[in-house]
Design a protein around this ligand. Structure first.
Ligand code: MIG
Length: 798
C-alpha cells in the first residue's frame, strides 16, 4: 500500500494565494498566483461543485455520471470577503475559501456548526510518465465521524478506518476484504454530530478513498489522473444527501413489474429440454417465477447475438412457449466479439472500425469465453447505436425480454490486471483518452448501449437490463447484480451489506446471486438466503454449473416449502415493492435503508450491518448462521409489529427474535398500510380483483402510499398511474384513514379488503365519507371487512 506520506514527499504542489476572483451567475472562479483555478458552482443551496485546474486551464467539462434532469437552483447566494477569506452564503450553507491557499471550510448556515473542512485540501503531483496530475484532496475528520456508501464494497457498512480503491475488477469468489471489485461508485456520505454530508468525486480514473485509515483524523481521496472534481452535498439528513446524489446522477425508468418477480438462473441451463424441465417444475410445484435466464452456452461458440443450433434449434418457438407459460426469457451478452471472419458481427465491427485500439494502432486483442476477441468502444455514440441495433432480432423477432451484460469491467482472461492495458484508446464521446480514464465507465456505456437497444425493440414495453460493472449514474439504464459470490454464511452477510451500500449509493435495483455463485449451499443456507433475497429489489437465484443444482426444490421438501412460502410473500408484497421503486425514481429514496439511513439520530444505528428497512415500513434482518432458532437484532426506536405474530414491540435496543427455518425476523412500522396482492405464479397471471390493505394501528399519525399502473409500458409517464396516499390517525377509540388519489389509471379491482392489525378497541361503527355502513354490507368478520376503493375517509369507531 502506498502511504499518503510517501506520496506527499514525492513532490506535491499546493495552490498559493488568490490573486483573482470572478463570478459568473452561479459559478465562482478563484485563481491563485501559481496558476490554480478553483471553479466553484452553486448547484443548490445545499450542493456545491468544486473543480480545480492547474496550469490555468480546465479540461473539457464532460461527465458520464451527471443526469440531464438533475435539479438545479438556489434561493440565496451572497458573496462577501474579509482579509483572510471569501465567504459564500446560501440558505443552507456558509463556505469559506481561504485567500492564502484555496482551502475550504463549510458550515451549516442555520446553526453555524462546522460540517467539513479541508486539511491539506487540494494538492497534486505531476505524473511525468503518463501525463497530467495525480489529484488529491484531504479533509479533516473529527473523532466520531462515520462513513457510508461507495458502491459495492464487501466490507462493514461503516467504512471508518478503512481504505478502498475504485477500479472495476472481475473478482470471482471475492471475499469481505477483496478490493477493488466490480463497481466504481465514487460517492460516500459522512455522519458526524447527527449531521450528514456527501462527497461525490466525479473522476473515472483509478481512485482511492481513505477514511481515517492512514491518519486518524484525516479523510482523503485521490485519483491517478483527470481533475479534482467533486460535489459536496449537505443534508443534514443522510436520506436527503442520498436523494440529492441520486437526483444528480439520475434514476431509472420504472421496470416492468415482472422484473420485480422471482428469477431463476444458472450457468447454464441447456439444451432447450433442460430449460423446459426447469420452468415446468416451477409450475408443477407452484413456486412463483417470472424469468428464466440463459447463460453463455446458448450461443454458437460464445458468439454474441447467435444461438447454438444444437442446444436451441428454434429459439423463437421456445421463447414463445415459455412466454405462454408466464416466463420471460433473459439472455447474457458479453462485450468480447470473437475474431472470426465468417461472423457478421465481427465483420461489421471491423469494417466500420468500431473496436478499441491500442495506442499505436493495433486492435485491443484479448481472450475471453469465445477465445481471442476484439471489443467495441462503447464510449462512441456511433458504436452504441450499432450495438443497440444488434438487438433487433433477439428482442423484436425472437421475443427475448431482458439482457444481462457480464464481463464488462472489462474482464480479459489470463493477463496481468485481468483487463485492458492502460494504453488502449477510447473516444470518450469526443474526449479521446486512454483506458486509464475509460476503464471505470466502460461497463456503464455497454449497459447503456444495451438499454438503448432493448428500449427501441421492446417498445412500447419497458426494457430490462442487468449489468455487472457500473460507475455512478449507471442506475439510469440498468439493474445490477453483485458478481461471483460464494455459497457461504459469510457471503450471505456480504450480500446484505453490499445491497444496502449500493442502495445508499444511488443504485437501488440490486440483488445478489441467491445461494451463492461458486460452490453449493446446503438447504439451510439456501433458505436463509432466499429470505434475504426476497427483500432485495432484484431477486434471482444464480449459480455456476460446476457445483451442482441450485433450484428451490434441490434441497428436499422442507426447504422447498420454506422457499415457496417466501417467494409467495414477495409476490404478495409486489405492490409494496413497486411503490418503493416509484418513490426511488421520483424522490431518490433508496429502496433499502441501512438503519443509519433510517434513524441517524440514534447512534446505535451507526454501526449496525444486518438489519435494514425494505421500503418505508418493513424492517428485515436475515438469519446469518446455521442451526439458528432466532437471533438478536437491533430494533430501531419506535413501535413495531412482529410481521408473523402481530405482537407489538418497542424498539430502541437489541432483542431476541424467534425465527425457525420457516421464518425470519420481520417487523412492520406501526401506522403502516401494506398493500397486498394475491399470490400469482407470475406477474399478470391473474387479474387483481381486490387489493388487501393490512393496516397496522398506531396511536398517532403515519403516511403510506400505494402506486399501481399497467405494470409495463409508458402510460404512467402520461399520468396514467394510480397513486393512493393514505394518512392514518389513531386516537382514543377511533381510527381514521384518509385517502388522496392521484393519476388517471383505473385499477382492475373495485374494493379493498381491510385487515386491521393491533386495533386496541372493539369496532362499534364504521363510517365511509361520514356515512355509517352496516356490518353486513361490509362483510365484517372480526377485524376484516370490504369497502369501496373510492373512499376519501374511513373511520373505525370503538
Ligand atoms: O467467467 O457467463 O459473473 O454470473 O454465470 C465467468 C458465465 C463468466 C461470470 C458471471 C456469472 C456468469 C459467468 N460469468
Amino acid at each position: 500500500m502506498i502511504l499518503n506520506e510517501q506520496i506527499e514527499h514525492k513532490g506535491n504542489a499546493f495552490p498559493t494565494k488568490i490573486i483573482d476572483f470572478k463570478k459568473d451567475v452561479d459559478t465562482l472562479y478563484f485563481s491563485s498566483e501559481n496558476g490554480v483555478i478553483l471553479q466553484m458552482t452553486i448547484l443548490r443551496d445545499s450542493m456545491f461543485r468544486f473543480r480545480y485546474a492547474t496550469g490555468a486551464k480546465f479540461e473539457n467539462d464532460f461527465s458520464y455520471a451527471i443526469s440531464h434532469d438533475a435539479v438545479r437552483g438556489y434561493n440565496k447566494l451572497e458573496i462577501t470577503e474579509d482579509i483572510e477569506k471569501y465567504i459564500i452564503t446560501t440558505s443552507k450553507l456558509v463556505c469559506y475559501i481561504s485567500k492564502t491557499d484555496l482551502r475550504s471550510r463549510i458550515y451549516d448556515a442555520i446553526d453555524e456548526t462546522l460540517i467539513s473542512e479541508d486539511e491539506l485540501g487540494f494538492h497534486w503531483e505531476e505524473s511525468y510518465e503518463l501525463g497530467g496530475n495525480i489529484v488529491k484532496m484531504t479533509k479533516s475528520s473529527p473523532n466520531g465521524e462515520s462513513f457510508y456508501g461507495l458502491g459495492d464494497k464487501a466490507e462493514h457498512t461503516n467504512l471508518k478506518g478503512k481504505r478502498f480503491q475504485n477500479w472495476a475488477t472481475d473478482s470471482y469468489a471475492f471475499g469481505r476484504y477483496t478490493d477493488p471489485i466490480y463497481k466504481a461508485i465514487p460517492f460516500y456520505t459522512a455522519l458526524q454530530n447527527k449531521k450528514s454530508y456527501g462527497i461525490f468525486f466525479d473522476n473515472s480514473f483509478r481512485a482511492y478513498f481513505d477514511f481515517c485509515s492512514e491518519r486518524r483524523n484525516v479523510t482523503s481521496f485521490w485519483a491517478e489522473g483527470g481533475e479534482m472534481n467533486y460535489y459536496f452535498i449537505y443534508g443534514p439528513k443522510m436520506q436527503d444527501v442520498v436523494a440529492a446524489y441520486t437526483n444528480l446522477t439520475g434514476t431509472p425508468e420504472l421496470p416492468p413489474l415482472w422484473a420485480l418477480g422471482y428469477h431463476q438462473c444458472k450457468w447454464s441451463y441447456y439444451p432447450e429440454s433442460n430449460v423446459k424441465e426447469i420452468t415446468q417444475k416451477f409450475r408443477d410445484l407452484r413456486i412463483p417465477c417470472d424469468a428464466i435466464y440463459l447463460d453463455i452456452d446458448y450461443m454458437e461458440g460464445f458468439r454474441c447475438f447467435t444461438w447454438s443450433k444444437d442446444y436451441f434449434p428454434e429459439p423463437k418457438k421456445m421463447v414463445k412457449e415459455l412466454a405462454d407459460d408466464g416466463f420471460k426469457t433473459v439472455v447474457i451478452i458479453d462485450p468480447g466479439i470473437k475474431i472470426d471472419l465468417e461472423y457478421d458481427v465481427f465483420q461489421e465491427g471491423l469494417e466500420k472500425d468500431y473496436f478499441c485500439r491500442r495506442a499505436d494502432g493495433p486492435y485491443m486483442k484479448g481472450k475471453v469465453w469465445p477465445g481471442e476477441c476484439y471489443f467495441p468502444d462503447f464510449t462512441r455514440k456511433e458504436v452504441r447505436e450499432w450495438w443497440a441495433g444488434l438487438f433487433q432480432e433477439l428482442i423484436e423477432d425472437i421475443g427475448v425480454k431482458g439482457v444481462w451484460n457480464d464481463m464488462n469491467e472489462p474482464a480479459v482472461m489470463d493477463v496481468p490486471g485481468k483487463s485492458f492495458p492502460n494504453d488502449v484508446r477510447h473516444d470518450y464521446d469526443g474526449n479521446p483518452c486512454s483506458h486509464r480514464k475509460a476503464h471505470n465507465i466502460y461497463g456503464m456505456q455497454m449497459a447503456k448501449a444495451t438499454y438503448m437497444g432493448l428500449k427501441k425493440y421492446n417498445y412500447p414495453l419497458r426494457p430490462f437490463v442487468i449489468t455487472r460493472s457500473a460507475y455512478s449514474g449507471t442506475q439510469r439504464y440498468t439493474s445490477t447484480w453483485l458478481g461471483d459470490n460464494v455459497a457461504t454464511w459469510e457471503h450471505l452477510w456480504i450480500a446484505n451489506v453490499q445491497a444496502q451500500r449500493m442502495a445508499m449509493s444511488g443504485f437501488s435495483f440490486v440483488g445478489s446471486d441467491i445461494g451463492g455463485f461458486a460452490q453449493q449451499p446446503n438447504g439451510e443456507l439456501y433458505a436463509r438466503w432466499i429470505q434475504l433475497g426476497i427483500f432485495h429489489p432484484f431477486c434471482r437465484t444464480h449459480s455456476s454449473g460446476d457445483h451442482g443444482d441450485q433450484e428451490p426444490w434441490t434441497f428436499g421438501q422442507e426447504v422447498t416449502d420454506v422457499v415457496r412460502k417466501f417467494i409467495e410473500l414477495r409476490y404478495q408484497l409486489l405492490p409494496y415493492l413497486y411503490t418503493s421503486f416509484y418513490k426511488y425514481i421520483e424522490e431518490g429514496i433508496p429502496m433499502l435503508k441501512s438503519l443509519v439511513l433510517f434513524d441517524q439520530e440514534d447512534t446505535q444505528t451507526h454501526h449496525r450491518t444486518d438489519e435494514f428497512m425494505a421500503g418505508e415500513h418493513i424492517l428485515a434482518c436475515p438469519i446469518g448462521e446455521p442451526n439458528a432458532k432466532g437471533r438478536r437484532m437491533y430494533i430501531p426506536k419506535g413501535t413495531w409489529y412482529n410481521f408473523w405474530t402481530h405482537e407489538q414491540v418497542l424498539g430502541g435496543d437489541e432483542k431476541w427474535v424467534d425465527a425457525d427455518l420457516d421464518s425470519m425476523p420481520l417487523f412492520v412500522k406501526e401506522g403502516a398500510i401494506l398493500p397486498i396482492y394475491p399470490v400469482q405464479q407470475y406477474v399478470g397471471e391473474k387479474e387483481i380483483e381486490q387489493l388487501t390493505l393490512d393496516i397496522y394501528y398506531k396511536d398517532g399519525k403515519e403516511e403510506s402510499d400505494v402506486f399501481e399502473d399497467a405494470n409495463d409500458g409508458y402510460d404512467y409517464t402520461k399520468g396514467r398511474y394510480s397513486l393512493r396516499h393514505f394518512t392514518l390517525t389513531g386516537k382514543e377509540g377511533k381510527l381514521t384513514i384518509k385517502q388522496h388519489k392521484s393519476g388517471s389509471f383505473i385499477t382492475s379491482y373495485e374494493t379493498f379488503k381491510i385487515n386491521l392489525i393491533g386495533l386496541p378497541f372493539e369496532i362499534k361503527t364504521i363510517k365511509i365519507d361520514s356515512e355509517e355502513i352496516s356490518f353486513e354490507d361490509l362483510k365484517l368478520t372480526h377485524r376484516t371487512f370490504e369497502i369501496t376503493k373510492n373512499f376519501n375517509q374511513l373511520q373505525v369507531i370503538g
